[in-house]
Design a protein around this ligand. Sequence first.
Ligand code: SF4
Ligand code: SF4
Length: 185
Amino acid sequence: MNYVFSPKTKLAILFGRNTDLRTICTFYILTGSLEMKKDKEFTAYCGLYCGDCVPSNKKLFDAAEKLGEELEKNQFDKYAELKSRKNNVFDDYETFRKVLSALTELRCPKTCINGGGNPNCKIRECVLKKGINDCWECSVFEDCQLLEPLSAYHGDTPKVNLRLIKEYGIEKWADKRGKHYIWDK
Ligand code: SF4
Ligand code: SF4
């Protein structure tokens, strides 16, 4: 939950006599500011929210890497070869390993504004060329063709998000964002 305090209220809290109230409210002021900073950091040029992207899912990639290491350690390829005589699903073990390895390479360690995401992204290139901060500062985003390819994964969310950022500001829009992937529930 985000608590919004006016500057006058913040001063009253910080310099007031009620220490319990001061501690609790200072906590909310600080966590609120951190939340706002995080929203800005996680907002990509195109209006997507980096924290919702599969490639930024730390838990998933840690688990995939750990699984790869354990399979190697146990020489599971040898085991799968013998197992495949009774259960032919293990014939595809090599394919499974290739997929696991390709999956781990999808990991994105940085947010988009810090250089993560697709290094050849045309949207980022366009924003930087125009000298603006992000697409919501662009007058043509509603009809932009460069944003169109995103719809295969994200539907109309990038444009919905860009409108929200325009309305609420970069630090206060994220809790209203649309579903990231078209298959999200
Ligand atoms: S790399 Fe491009 S498509 Fe991906 S989040 Fe950043 S701006 Fe959007
Ligand atoms: S034309 Fe505007 S909306 Fe389209 S990618 Fe460039 S900056 Fe973003």
